[in-house]
Design a protein around this ligand. Sequence first.
Ligand code: NAD
Length: 356
Amino acid sequence: MKTIDLKNKTVLVTGAAGFIGASLCRELLKREPGITLIGVDSMNDYYDVSLKEYRLKELQKLGGDFRFIKANIADKTFMQELFAQHDFAVVVNLAAQAGVRYSITNPDIYIESNLIGFYNVLECCRHSYDGGRQGVEHLVYASSSSVYGSNAEIPYSTDDKTDSPVSLYAATKKSNELLAHAYAKLYQIPCTGLRFFTVYGPAGRPDMAYFGFTNKLRRGETIEIFNYGNCRRDFTFVDDIVEGVIRVMRGAPERQIGADGLPLPPAQVYNIGNSHPENLLDFVDILQQELIAAGVLPEDYDFESHKRLVPMQAGDVPVTFADTTPLQRDYGFCPSTPLRDGLRAFAQWYKQFYQI
Ligand SMILES: NC(=O)c1ccc[n+]([C@@H]2O[C@H](COP(=O)([O-])OP(=O)(O)OC[C@H]3O[C@@H](n4cnc5c(N)ncnc54)[C@H](O)[C@@H]3O)[C@@H](O)[C@H]2O)c1
């Protein structure tokens, strides 16, 4: 593995106003005072844009050399100009259209952001070496646990076959891994794909279950628990994801020559998950307790009358469970924040953000 010192380097984070992107930028600005951080985000309205604006405001407060550009990574001209203006040492591609269910009704945006956008990132990394320049030392990109489809084997290992996606979103993420591998082989771009497992935390995504449940419970509405609660998810606290991403940014796959005398693709894929799947009903129970403790819901909240057990939805999978042994082996880290601690941080943030 090649160690990369981020000190005084220029780093590109796409999806910088997003949940994980903004959390990553925050930590990079805190830990790497000399860094020049370029954040790109289209600020799309898939969910409440004011949340993205809030995250950016919080970042601006930190000082440091953070420059935000509102732009679409699917815009090739913009991307080429961006890479012409900056010598990025590390690129972290988090910009994507997320969400499994939304991809059933809105496929176009997944093709645009997740395929064309990612292709543009790869092309720009490829040309960053033109003219003998050092170019991009490491491309880190977000993949997803959804690539495992309805994998029967648990925990999910990066050695498992992932050729049977059950949603368009998953198919785009698997495609990212394949495209990255091909570009790594052809142009020796050191690439690492990270399969994130259900990420949650403060300033998170309102389209995700824990946030949506909280909104509904607060309004006195009934929440729907899919597959009658027989779902197990590896819920991963955002700070753990950020720690993992930063460690990975600092260690790129080595460029090596194979036995046939040809370059080997410096491409890797890792899981980042909590490795401790929780039953959905237990998850909701802890969430409710923490919402009461934080003062988001009243002490006497009648929780039982506000939940309904319903069947599974198309595109969903019954269990996700990450094997993080390779991440631990290569980067000495795996997520471990207990669900209660993470949900407490979310509940406290929620109370303050919505001024309850
Ligand atoms: N949160 C999770 O549980 C989870 C799980 C697995 C994978 N991921 C992946 O991690 C990454 C970050 O996810 P997140 O939860 O922070 O989602 P997010 O939606 O909060 O962040 C993504 C950001 O990318 C921006 N964006 C989308 N398309 C763009 C484009 N074409 N050009 C520029 N910006 C664009 C959006 O405006 C958004 O701010 C995504 O790639 C997502 O697929 C997330």
